[in-house]
Design a protein around this ligand. Structure first.
Ligand SMILES: [Zn+2]
Length: 190
């Protein structure tokens, strides 16, 4: 376990740029210690990750923290948690893995139970091919708007490039006014 203050000193020692330190400080100002975790106390996305707005764009806080401390996320990799705490942004608990590493990790921790028992999911997320929650879809749209690549997101979320493009073009998923949930759009059915 490492404190925010000590980690910051390390970052300075390792030559972090002022922009990186500024971002680190912005994130660190909104975490609380929860055991060894640095738990984000700000806004969260529907999928349970911390969310922060920077330059008018939404970002996942753990991904920003990873990049601040370790550099760019390698192509095709996602940022995973060692600690199974999605709100945690401790750099020591974050690592880059493949989307399937992340899925395996989730599965081993029972987080995918809802997928095994679709009755737990709201209508619109029950289709046998649906792997994304409406919160995921919203996050994907936000990330696409902020310039993320469809291919990178496809890897990150473990779906096909086509699924991401369909989300971008709003072919596959749409919000229904009646339920507020996203439903498969017949037009975009694969
Ligand atoms: Zn943690």
């Amino acid at each position: 376990m490492i404190s925010v203050t000590i980690y910051r000193v390390k970052l300075v020692e390792f030559g972090a740029c002022s922009r990186g330190l500024e971002l680190f400080d912005a994130i660190a100002a909104r975490v609380r210690m929860a055991g060894a975790c640095w738990e984000w106390t700000g806004a969260t996305s529907g999928s349970g990750y911390g969310r922060i707005k920077r330059s008018a764009k939404n970002h996942q806080v753990h991904r920003l923290m990873y990049e601040t401390c370790y550099g760019p996320i390698p192509l095709g990799m996602v940022v995973c948690h060692r600690c199974d705490n999605r709100l945690c942004v401790s750099p020591e608990h974050l690592f880059a893995g493949t989307a399937s590493d992340n899925m395996r990790d989730c599965a081993s921790k029972g987080r995918l139970m809802a997928q095994k028992d679709p009755s737990r999911l709201p209508h619109g997320e029950t289709h046998k091919h649906a792997r994304l929650t409406h919160a995921d879809v919203e996050m994907i749209r936000a990330l696409l708007t902020s310039g993320a690549s469809a291919r990178g997101l496809a890897r990150e979320y473990g779906v096909s490039d086509r699924t991401i493009r369909n989300i971008r073009d709003r072919r596959k998923w749409r919000r229904t006014s009646a339920t507020g949930y996203l439903e498969r759009d017949a037009e975009g059915a694969q």
